[in-house]
Ligand binder design. Structure first.
Ligand SMILES: Nc1ncnc2c1ncn2[C@@H]1O[C@H](COP(=O)(O)OP(=O)(O)OP(=O)(O)O)[C@@H](O)[C@H]1O
Length: 346
C-alpha cells in the first residue's frame, strides 16, 4: 500500500464574479516511503496549490474533491482539528524562503522545539534537548541553539527550517522550491541533506521545483504539471529516455546546460524559450491546457480533455519508483511519434 495515495483530486477556487475556477484537475499519484517524487512546471502551473491541498490548506472558500489517503486512511474530508493534528506531525512542509518561515525575534532552538511541545506535549527542557539533536542532524552545531535567525546564512536558515519540519518525524515531507532562494553553491547541499534524511528516516519526499534539472537529479519519479493538470508522469529514467509530452520536451529544451555545444564564434547558442505564457487561471478550459502553445495542437486539442496514454517502458523501473509506469496526457500521440521519438516506435 502506498504511503500517500492521491486520486482524482480536484480543486475549485472561488472567483470574484461568483464563478468557480478549476485550479487542479484530476490529479492522481502514489508516493512510497523512501522515495522522492518531483513536481515540475512553470510558475503558475498549480504546484503550490497541489502542495497546499495535500496539507488541508487550500485557499478559503475553495472546494476540494477526490481521494487523499495517508497509510490507507482517507484524510481529505477530515475536520480542521484533525488536519491540525496531522499537519507538521505526519505531513510537514519546507518552504521556499527560510527567512519568512523563521520568526526573527525567537532563538532558533525554541522554534525547532515548538512543534515538539505543540504536537507531543514535551516539556521545554526535553523539547530543547531534542531540538539540539535535530539541529545536529541537519549540520548545525547544537551550541547555536540560542542564536537568532539573522545570525545564520541563508543555507543554514534553510537547514533550520528542515529541522523544524522533521521535529515530529513526519511520514511525508513536502519541499516547495526549497533551494530557489539560495546560492547555487549551497543548493545541492540542501538537496543532499533532504535525500539523506529521506533514506535514514524512511520518509517520502515531494519535491516541488520549476527547475527540471533539480528534479531530474533528485527525484525517483516526476510529475510534469501544466495548467493545474498532470501532463506527463513516470519514473525519472523512463521520462528522460523518452519525453512524450510537447510541454515536457519544451521544458527540457529550455534548460541551461553546462558544456552545451557553442556557436563557431565561441558564444553559447541562445536558450530555447517556450513561446507564450502559462494562461491565467480564469482562462483554463477543459481541453489540453498546453494547446495554445503547442506546435502539434489541432482544433480538437482546445476542446477535448486529453486522454491518459501509457508509454511502454524502455528502461528497467528502479525499485524506489513510486509510480512504476510512464503516462502522458495527450490527444495526438501519433503526432508525437512521428516527431523525434524514434525509440517509442521501436
Ligand atoms: N488563492 C488563490 N486565488 C485565486 N487564484 C489563485 C490562488 N492561488 C493561486 N492561484 C492561481 O492558480 C494558478 C496556480 O498557482 P500556483 O501558485 O499553484 O502555481 P505554481 O506552479 O506553484 O507557481 P509558482 O512556482 O509561481 O509558485 C495561478 O494561475 C495562480 O495565479
Amino acid at each position: 500500500m502506498a504511503l500517500l495515495d492521491v486520486a482524482r483530486l480536484n480543486l475549485l477556487l472561488p472567483a470574484p464574479d461568483g464563478r468557480r475556477l478549476h485550479a487542479l484537475r484530476d490529479i492522481g499519484f502514489q508516493l512510497q516511503r523512501g522515495s522522492c517524487l518531483g513536481v515540475v512546471g512553470e510558475s503558475g502551473s498549480g504546484k503550490s496549490l497541489l502542495a497546499l491541498s495535500l496539507l488541508g490548506l487550500a485557499p478559503g472558500g475553495s472546494l476540494v474533491s477526490g481521494h487523499l489517503r495517508l497509510d490507507g486512511q482517507d484524510i481529505l474530508d477530515q475536520s480542521e482539528a484533525a488536519w491540525q493534528r496531522l499537519r507538521g506531525n505526519r505531513i510537514a512542509m519546507v518552504f521556499q524562503d527560510p527567512g519568512s518561515a523563521l520568526n526573527p525575534v525567537h532563538p532558533v532552538g525554541a522554534q525547532v522545539a515548538e512543534p515538539l511541545r505543540h504536537h507531543q506535549g514535551l516539556s521545554r527542557r526535553a523539547a530543547l534537548a531534542q531540538a539540539a539533536d535535530l539541529l545536529a542532524q541537519v549540520g548545525i552545531s547544537p551550541r547555536r541553539l540560542h542564536d537568532y535567525p539573522h545570525q545564520f546564512s541563508g543555507g543554514q536558515r534553510q537547514r533550520i527550517t528542515i529541522a523544524m519540519a522533521l521535529a515530529c518525524a513526519p511520514d511525508v515531507l513536502i519541499a516547495d522550491e526549497p533551494t530557489t532562494a539560495l546560492d547555487t553553491t549551497v543548493q545541492q547541499h540542501i538537496l543532499d541533506l533532504l535525500h539523506r534524511l529521506v533514506e535514514e528516516r524512511d520518509m517520502a519526499l515531494l519535491l516541488i521545483s520549476h527547475d527540471l534539472g533539480v528534479i531530474a537529479q533528485n527525484a525517483d519519479d516526476i510529475l510534469v504539471m501544466y495548467g493545474g493538470q498532470i501532463v506527463e508522469s513516470g519514473p525519472t529514467a523512463a521520462l528522460f529516455q523518452h519525453m512524450a509530452h510537447p510541454y515536457s520536451r519544451a521544458l527540457l529544451a529550455a534548460r541551461p546546460r553546462l558544456g552545451a555545444p557553442r556557436q563557431p564564434s565561441g558564444r553559447p547558442y541562445p536558450l530555447m524559450t517556450i513561446p507564450g505564457q502559462v494562461p491565467a487561471l480564469a482562462a483554463w478550459g477543459s481541453g489540453c491546457p498546453f494547446a495554445n502553445r503547442c506546435s502539434f495542437a489541432q482544433a480538437e486539442c482546445q476542446a477535448q480533455t486529453p486522454p491518459r496514454i501509457a508509454i511502454p517502458n524502455l528502461t528497467a523501473i528502479p525499485p524506489h519508483s513510486s509510480l512504476q509506469a510512464h503516462h502522458v496526457w495527450c490527444l495526438r500521440p501519433e503526432a508525437l511519434q512521428a516527431g523525434s521519438t524514434q525509440r517509442w516506435q521501436e
